[in-house]
Each structure stands twice: as C-alpha cells, then as structure tokens.
Design a protein around this ligand. Structure first.
Ligand SMILES: Nc1ncnc2c1ncn2[C@@H]1O[C@H](COP(=O)(O)OP(=O)(O)OP(=O)(O)O)[C@@H](O)[C@H]1O
Length: 242
C-alpha cells in the first residue's frame, strides 16, 4: 500500500495571487498525513480560505504543486479534480454552499449521489444512505422529523452550519476541510460538533484541516499552525521598510 506512505497533502513552492494583486500565498512546503488533525489560524484576510480553496482544487495555483495522496491537482482535468473532491474530500465551506431549495436530508445525502465511493462508505456505517444521514444529523442535534424535511433556506444559520457539517462527513472522506465551521454555534452545539468531527475523522482515518478564529479550540488538535509561519508572502508584506 504505497498510499499509506504518501502524504495526504504535499505542498511545494506554492504561489497564488488574485488578478492584479501581489502574492497572497507563498508556501515553500507543507505536508499533512492521514489521521493528522491540523488547526490553522491567522488574522482575517490572511488567506486561510484561499489556501483551503487551493487544497480543495477549487482555485488554481499561480505556480508550484499541491499533491493529494500523490496526485498533482494541477495536472488533473477540471472534471477529474471535481471527481477527486467528490470522492475523497468533505468540505465545510465558510458560506456552507448548501442547495437552498433542497431539504435538510436531501442536502446531506448529496455527496452519495455524486460519488459511488462515498455511497459505499456510508452503507458500511448504516443500512441505508438515509439512515446514515439521520445518524449524523442526530449527533448534531438535528433529529426533529419536521426540520429534516424543511428547505435549508428556512433554517437558522447555526442549523445550516450543522447540515453542511453532516454533508461533509457522510461517506467517510479521506480529508475533511472545515472553514470556520463553528462560528455560528453556541458552546454546547460547538462541543457536540467537534466531538463528532473527531470521531468521524478517526473512524475514516481521515485527515482534518480546520480553520477557526477561536483560539481556545486549538488545544484539541495535534498540530496548531499559524498561517503567517507557513506563508512567506505574509513576512514579505510585513517586512519593516527602511
Ligand atoms: N475572489 C476574490 N478576488 C479578489 N480578492 C479576493 C477574492 N477572495 C478573497 N480575496 C482577497 O484575498 C485575501 C484573503 O482572503 P481569504 O478569504 O482567503 O482570507 P481569510 O484568512 O480566510 O479571512 P477570514 O478569516 O476573514 O475568513 C483578502 O484580502 C481578500 O480580500
């Protein structure tokens, strides 16, 4: 099994800039393995969501490479990148990216409609995809039958955040990417959510890359990384001028 020796994420000489802007990201090297739990912190606007977008293959680097389990994302066609993301990554986006006209349960089962691998994984945990969606939702405090069939646009922000979390976790992805996933949750829902996230990551032997503004959460992770220490673009922008 070569895959176990290959880093889950392997970044080399990664540069990214938005059009007509200087480098926002300049990361010489970063690796994470399966089962790593990484907490990424940094000030607002420092590029955390941008880095997650690059790792998820939603954004393209200006130069450099990002390998996911050995596959260089840049070298894949956009269709293959989408397939890899659907099969192997569970992403909780900052703005959730839920489909507003679908119900809670329809949103949660979506990854299993797009990916045979996620569907098969989900069926190893529960008898049906629906049952697996309900198990995750229940663990996140969303078990009310009426709520599960409501359109997500009719939910509170904190409820939508938990639906997005259940959708990311279904079907045991190899990498869970979570961008500020607890920002709208109260302490009790936040703790329930983190417990589930850690358990699901353990069960799937997944890597977990978690961005949050809440420094008190950092102690629950194996590695705590400030983006400013990884990202040389940050030190260049903040060099004292003489
Ligand atoms: N589509 C875009 N076009 C141009 N600039 C962008 C775009 N999206 C983000 N930026 C800029 O890139 C920089 C980094 O944004 P990013 O969202 O990655 O930061 P962040 O660290 O995740 O911030 P926050 O903690 O506030 O979510 C910001 O200056 C932002 O204005």
């Amino acid at each position: 099994m070569t895959e176990t020796n290959t880093p889950l994420i392997d970044i080399r000489d990664l540069h990214f800039n938005w059009p007509n802007e200087p480098d926002l990201i300049d990361i010489p090297a970063f690796q994470m393995n399966r089962r790593d739990r990484v907490f990424l912190e940094g000030e607002s606007g420092s590029g955390k969501s941008t880095l997650l977008g690059l790792i998820a293959g939603v954004l393209q680097p200006s130069s450099g490479t990002i390998r996911f389990s050995g596959s260089e994302l840049n070298k894949l066609s956009s269709g293959k990148r989408d397939r890899l993301r659907a099969d192997r990554m569970g992403v909780i986006f900052q703005l959730f990216n839920l489909l507003p006209y679908l119900s809670v349960i329809e949103n949660v089962v979506l990854p299993c409609r797009f990916s045979k691998r996620r569907k098969e994984n989900a069926l190893q945990r529960s008898n049906t995809i629906d049952a697996e969606a309900r198990r995750l939702l229940q663990r996140l405090g969303l078990s009310d039958e009426r709520l599960i069939h409501r359109k997500v646009s009719d939910l509170s922000v904190g409820q939508q955040q938990r639906v997005a979390a259940a959708r990311a976790l279904i079907g045991s992805p190899d990498l869970i990417i979570a961008d500020e996933p607890t920002s709208a949750l109260d302490t009790s829902n936040r703790d329930q959510f983190l417990a589930l996230l850690m358990e699901e990551a353990d069960a799937a032997e997944a890597g977990l890359l978690f961005v949050s503004h809440d420094p008190s959460l950092g102690a629950r992770f194996d590695r705590r990384i400030a983006l400013s220490t990884l990202n040389e673009a940050f030190s260049k922008q903040h060099e004292p001028t003489s």
